[in-house]
Design a protein around this ligand. Structure first.
Ligand code: ADP
Ligand code: MG
Length: 461
């Protein structure tokens, strides 16, 4: 159950952002799965969290837990919260605890104390399963992983900043955590900070709200190593970019190591100030691309191993061949197969894998280009990309936009967040809502369903 829940959180992090996971889902647990009643039982730390999840995320929970458990129409039931008997689990605030000291005012011993405070705060902030020795190296990622290893041994000397880019689910976050784990192992005194860019943005906004910008900057300028994940989420956030620019300069000037990950290379990130963009590319820019079949097989075997299961070669090949490009999907497929085998107490055979992965087969994993979807939608409706991205909401335009969202989700493995971002910076919940609306509409309009099927084929051709 824990494996499934962890996998679910990982997907949710992609779909809705890490802030949603940290705020609402971290303290929720998957207690039980009743396969006969098609019901999952969850436990929330309190009623507030429970109600919030039901009100805002229930569809997402059903969709992805359903997929992981390989069933349709899964029911979700929250067990009664018996708070008194238990120690209440704490929901971590999205904004890391502020450190109450400012470096400029510190003497040596003060600085040491602050570093200590930061280290204990940071302890555990890296995912322990994301290590170099759990990262399978192949031609698609060898450069990025070699660079990551090199800077782990000598942070701040070689490639600064190191910029790793590549598609979703190809191992960028894994490498960033491996760097963090590795540096901390070699030098437990080093202060290493990992942050996703969208959390950085939130934290910055809060800092402004509560008049703590100075402290905010100080916290980042203190570190020896700064790892910023998904830097593309800083796009169009001018003030945050400005703040980050100063942090970058100060760290860079004192030879502190900075590492970025992104879904695309620096020149390609939209809405980012030129001077920051150029700095992102000052050091080494390296990419991770989609893995070969051999690498996928090696990853599957390694992952199965970590779950204490031996995977036969031919089953590994089979699963690898079903999932086009994304390693997160690959892992998801493996977990589904292993979970199904263990729930039904069967051995992991080709037949079983085939049965479980049947659903993956028809779908195009990896994904069509959003622009193809837009082109296709524009052919049926007379709206272009600007219209779809605009705030205008006439009835027909809204529907065209929702249909575009639906088709993007159907023809790619992009997250709700990526789709919303692409279509005018909309929220993941807007996209979720659109999917439900279109689905309902299609159920009632079989003619239109045929049209949509044709559109899908056209997009995937
Ligand atoms: P990204 O940040 O690029 O979207 P992640 O780092 O989150 O991708 O990787 C998705 C999943 O795939 C993680 O569970 C990660 O451990 C796994 N993964 C990716 N690349 C590798 C690899 N080379 N070896 C082992 N696991 C990998
Ligand atoms: Mg990532």
């Amino acid at each position: 159950m824990q494996g499934i829940w962890d996998q679910f959180l990982k997907i949710l992090r992609e779909e809705a952002g890490s802030r949603v996971v940290e705020t609402w889902f971290k303290a929720v647990s998957l207690q039980q799965w009743d396969s006969l009643g098609n019901t999952v039982y969850l436990e929330a730390p309190n009623n507030f969290v429970k109600e919030w999840i039901i009100g805002n995320y229930l569809e997402l929970v059903r969709l992805h837990l359903g997929r992981l458990l390989n069933v349709n129409n899964v029911k979700v039931v929250f067990l009664d919260v018996s708070l008194e008997s238990k120690q209440e689990k704490k929901v971590e605030s999205p904004d890391c605890k502020e450190i109450d000291l400012v470096p400029a005012l510190l003497d040596r011993s003060g600085k040491k104390a602050l570093l200590k405070q930061m280290q204990s705060k940071n302890r555990g902030s890296f995912n322990v399963s994301y290590q170099f020795d759990t990262f399978v190296v192949g031609p698609s990622n060898s450069l990025a992983s070699a660079a990551a290893r090199a800077i782990t041994e000598k942070p701040g000397y070689l490639y600064n900043p190191l910029f790793i880019y590549g598609g979703s689910g190809l191992g960028k976050t894994h490498l960033l955590h491996a760097i963090g784990n590795g540096i901390r192992e070699l030098d437990p005194q080093a202060s290493v900070l990992y942050q996703t860019a969208d959390r950085f943005v939130t934290e910055f906004i809060n800092a402004i709200r509560f008049d703590r910008v100075h402290k905010f900057q100080a916290k980042y300028q203190m570190v020896d190593v700064l790892l910023v994940d998904d830097i593309q989420f800083i796009s169009n956030k001018e003030q945050t970019q400005e703040a980050f620019f100063h942090i970058f300069n100060s760290l860079y000037d004192s030879h502190k190591q900075i590492v970025f990950s992104s879904d695309t290379y620096p020149q390609n990130i939209a809405g980012i100030a030129e001077r920051l963009r150029s700095r992102l590319a000052w050091g080494l820019v390296t990419d991770i691309h989609t893995p070969s079949l051999e690498t996928k097989v090696a990853i599957l075997k390694r992952k199965a191993d970590l779950h204490g299961e031996a995977l036969e070669d031919k089953v590994a090949h089979f699963i690898a061949s079903k999932v086009e490009s994304n390693i997160r999907e690959l892992e998801g497929a493996l977990i589904r197969v292993l979970a199904f085998a263990s729930l039904t107490q069967q051995p992991v055979t080709m037949e079983l894998a085939n049965k479980v992965l049947l659903r993956v087969q028809g779908q195009q994993v990896g994904g069509a280009d959003f622009n193809r979807v837009v082109k296709c939608v524009s052919k049926y409706f007379s709206y272009n990309l600007r219209d779809l991205r605009s705030k205008k909401r006439s009835k027909e335009l809204s529907f065209a936009r929702q249909l575009a969202m639906f088709l993007m989700k159907r023809t790619s493995d992009k997250s709700l967040r990526d789709i919303g971002q692409f279509l005018g910076g909309r929220d993941h919940s807007t996209v979720m809502h659109a999917l439900t609306r279109v689905e309902n509409y299609l159920k009632k309009n079989p003619d239109f369903l045929q049209k949509v099927k044709r559109m899908e084929r056209e997009i995937c051709r």
